[in-house]
Design a protein around this ligand. Sequence first.
Ligand code: SF4
Length: 914
Amino acid sequence: MSHPVGVRTTCPYCGVGCGVVVSSERLLAGHPVEADGITLSGDQQHPANFGRLCSKGSALAETLDIEGRLLYPIVDGQRASWDEALDRVAHGFKKIVAQYGPDAVAFYVSGQLLTEDYYVANKLMKGFIGSANIDTNSRLCMATAVAAHKRAFGADAVPVCYEDIEVADLVVIVGSNYAWAHPVLFQRLAAAKQARPEIQVVVIDPRRTATCDIADLHLAIAPGADAYLFNGLLHYLRREDAIDFAYVEAHVEGFAASFEAARTVSSVPKVAQVCGVSETQVSEFFRMFARTKRTVTIFSQGINQSSSGVDKANAIINVHLATGRIGKPGMGPFSVTGQPNAMGGREVGGLANQLAAHMDFSDAANIDLVARFWNAPHIAKAPGLKAVGMFQAIASEKIKAVWIMGTNPVVSMPDADTVRAALKSCELVVVSDCVQHTDTTACADILLPAAGWGEKDGTVTNSERLISRQRAFLPAAGEAKPDWWIVTQVAQRMGFAEAFPYTQPAQIFREHARLSGFENGIDFENGVGFENKTKRAFDVSALAEMDETQYDALQPLQWPVNSQTPHGIQRLFTDGKFYTPNGKARMVAVTPRLPAVATDADFPLVLNTGRIRDQWHTMTRTGKVPRLNAHLFEPFVQVRARDATSYNLQEGGLAKLSSRHGTMLARVQVSEDQRTGSAFVPIHWSDAFAKLARADALVAAITDPISGQPEFKHTPVKIEPYQPAWQGFALSRERLDFPDTSYCASSQGAAYWRHEIAGGSIPEDWLAWARSAFNRCADWGKSDLLKYLWLEYRDAAMGRYRAACLHDGRLEAVFFIAPDQRLPSREWLSSLFKKSVLAAADLAGLLAARAPSGTAADGGRIVCACFSVGEKTILNGIQAQGLNSAEAIGLKLKAGTNCGSCLPEIRRLIARQA
Ligand code: SF4
């Protein structure tokens, strides 16, 4: 296969779905393409990003090497051939189905899969194995929005498009650190606001986040109070005569009941009291909303990850329906999705309560339709187990075989320790992944190497219903295969070859497109469907006849794509007609509920979890990129100063967080961004990168009763200082292992590894301890360990120890130990790993961590990941050079001039100095 020049593809991280252009000099020269030498930029023509990329997207080329990849099948810990491994999977699943029935097996899949992968996995489980036990990690991020859309619109249909954010006059962002979780959309909004400063932005979030950088108003409401706020807004709109009664009369039902249900907390003072913010702020927000016709309300995990998330989402949708602000430019409720293909998964039916092509199990006619289309005699007849229930069924041995595809539930599921124990005791665990060592692959009986980004070919759908191609530009690493191929092979070996004849992803897409249009016409006689509207919202039937060339060349387009709208459409519901039996949207009567478990004397803090700027999910890819590890390199817990004082926590010290379900160690950050009584931890760290740092081990397996989405945003915890016997750090050329430490967070830097460590007991001999950590690493040339030169400094009275290991003048490792966290800067020491031989001046300052005079000043913690510009450098620029705007800093220091993800932080540094 010849590789085309300048391949257009899509970023594999978040639901923004940015277009990426990949090119390579080698590729241009026609050589076989390797991962190195690849350059990558934002696709100027892609309608999601128009050339922009965030820090994660712009570092994609640095994730493509094969280090850490799963390169061949492994069965029971031994390398196996594909035939052996696939036979084992097929035989294992068949045997368990024959013995215990189809509901004894399950698939747990991922929003990282392409639509074609998802389609085949869903078809195999629901159509041919005969169970609906297939659920996706998208359950953890947007199942709530799906349920709310279906209640309100009769279909899981996102009404708006990205352009609406730019043409709105008011953008309300609820429960989303948009600047870090959907960075390019945030940049589009920031640019629109710069061009048109009259756009107003309101952020509703218990935390002050980077998103507040462009906010005119931040409502730091009490965790979980969102439905009270939006119910109060509904009442305010009525009082202020801002309801569009003509629209409601023509296109909406349920207004009276919704209004009545909102009565309990409806006055501004009551709303302010329940939400824990001032009356002035509530009034200001309500006034802004009431007087601004062009309003978009963006909502994300802060709404979705809640035990009453569906009601919260419907409370938001209610105010848009009541004001007729939907289906028009710059108006609408907008659920932004977390993953690159969460939407594609929804389209094929990848959730356990969906069937396929936006049909579910509530209508026997749908089940019959899909069974006939697939020619599937044993189709599942009822919803399967949602993610939390699925892992509970594995724990109770009702499910005896599970196949996990492209996801890491041992880190990301709530009650994560129980999930790990469940997998360890499960009879058959199959994991297909592109990464060899994850917390989940460690539980697998059979590992199947999946093709990674750049190697696989198919389609994804982003948050605005835009279908884009992900195209291959690299040969598969090792023996890796696309997920659709792996599932197809297993299906064939299970006896379903006729229904799974696929040899190309285009074949699968065509079938998926045909199913979306199958018996999806307008049925006037039975009152189903309307003029220019099919019965089911999801319809891409106009793409069902594409040949391979057309599929390869497919340009981004927003569904529905059918005979009425062959080029797709930007906005839904422009005609005021919805996918309900009478065509009217439904306002839902919402009675707000507080989070399922309240804080108490034993667990007095509310723990909130979320993403950070430069990491993606469990860091299996972004954790490979030194510049993405430089901004935040350790698991941390952020608390307000008042709480830090109450719980004896020190900035930079370690803290132990405990809930009724698990514990976590993290570095303390004291910040007024938190509400008193709240703490925030990032979701990304796993056992692969740190000890005791899986945030979701603390989270209870409590879910929304409708969507099944877990309550990740409200876990009662206690926090206490963690005081080890010693703390320290080690920098080393290769990754080291510290099994005898109580805390260890490892991150990869440029030419070195950084290990932040702490221990519960002091070793008898520090040198022996350091040597043993060093010698444990396999690649050191153990045959000649005597050639390594060790330098030491001890101050037993002060509890300080320092050592350096050199080989032929080249620095191999340094160890710095102290009784507490007061340790020298790692900046200059880490720069020494770039040298092949240390200079005499370097050696002289090595154990004192003192750089020779003339060395560039320590730039401090990295703020701009693209150009490695540190906090101290920026602060110095502000103070000494008078750089008093982000633009001035960009001009002088380059910081913030590439992806722009660090601009909110730069502006905060300027504000702080001012
Ligand atoms: Fe990728 Fe960033 Fe775009 Fe998300 S915003 S798709 S992570 S480049």
